[in-house]
Design a protein around this ligand. Structure first.
Ligand SMILES: [Zn+2]
Length: 272
């Protein structure tokens, strides 16, 4: 029986017993492989060149198939000098779980030290490797705090890495864009809001945001929303105390403040 086991905008991966079929959506090619039940390796059957490596040409790419799979599976791009290596040491394998990024050790250490000196992170004595940096940036679901726990660094450090303040010299292409950052913040707020809005749990992030939103009596809902990556309705509800009643309740806007804001009196406007 054929099962679709992975799908994104680049690849569709099917499995039928021990046989694997990977549809390369960009070119329409289908790559075949067979699973080795003992090792879990997907040994490539089609698209092999003389050296045994899978090889593929598409509109955007020409080169080793396992590299193409890794990049498209994770939907990322990587500089040429970041190699994709086989964890299983089997060069015929295209199993997505068996692939990882790497360079030779000297190369990594060399660049680490260069990077630290150049970026002034010497004092930080970071234990993170290039691979970690990539993992941190391509992870777009876990919070800064959660990942901070995993890698034993502060949430601020995770945020800085994701936003490219540190380690700018490696995996620069997966640094978070300001747009994505806003979406991430909104999603985090909504997640926490749904969970604790009713139950009075005030997470630190949200607690601070609520305060910031209510203290600001100058910007329009839309303007502030833009700055914080939230929609104007969220801003309005927070300011008027219709959500997050339990957090900074003393800062909820009073009827007078709302009236002033609406008429623009606080900025010296007058309604015609
Ligand atoms: Zn393998």
């Amino acid at each position: 029986m054929t099962n679709l086991i992975f799908e994104n905008k680049w690849l569709k991966v099917y499995k039928d017993g021990a046989f694997i079929g990977v549809e390369v959506l960009e070119s329409g090619a289908v790559v075949f492989a067979k699973e080795d039940v003992e090792t879990g390796c997907w040994n490539i059957l089609s698209h092999r060149n003389k050296t045994g490596y899978g090889f593929i040409t598409t509109k955007s790419y020409r080169g080793n198939l396992h590299r193409y799979f890794y990049l498209k599976h994770n939907d990322i791009e990587l500089p040429r000098d970041v190699v994709i290596r086989h964890k299983c040491d089997n060069r015929f394998c295209i199993c997505l779980d068996h692939l990882e990024t790497g360079s030779n050790k000297e190369n990594i250490m060399d660049r680490d030290s260069r990077g630290r000196t150049a970026k002034g992170v010497t004092a930080n004595k970071s234990k993170l490797t290039e691979k970690n940096i990539l993992e941190i940036r391509i992870n777009k679901t876990d919070s800064h705090s959660k990942l901070g726990g995993v890698y034993e660094v502060s949430p601020e450090m995770i945020s800085n890495i994701r936003h490219g303040k540190f380690w700018t010299h490696v995996h620069a292409d997966v640094i978070w864009t300001p747009e994505f950052s806003s979406q991430f913040k909104t999603a985090a707020l909504e997640k926490v809001g749904k969970k604790s809005g009713e139950n009075s749990g005030c997470s630190k992030l949200t607690n601070e945001l609520v305060k910031a939103i209510r203290i600001n009596k100058i910007d329009s809902h839309t303007q502030l929303g833009k700055t914080l990556g939230l929609n104007d309705r969220t801003i309005k509800l927070v300011r008027y105390g219709e959500t997050w009643k339990e957090c900074h309740a003393d800062l909820i806007w009073t009827q007078e403040e709302i009236a002033e804001f609406v008429t623009g009196k606080h900025r010296g406007w007058t309604l015609k």
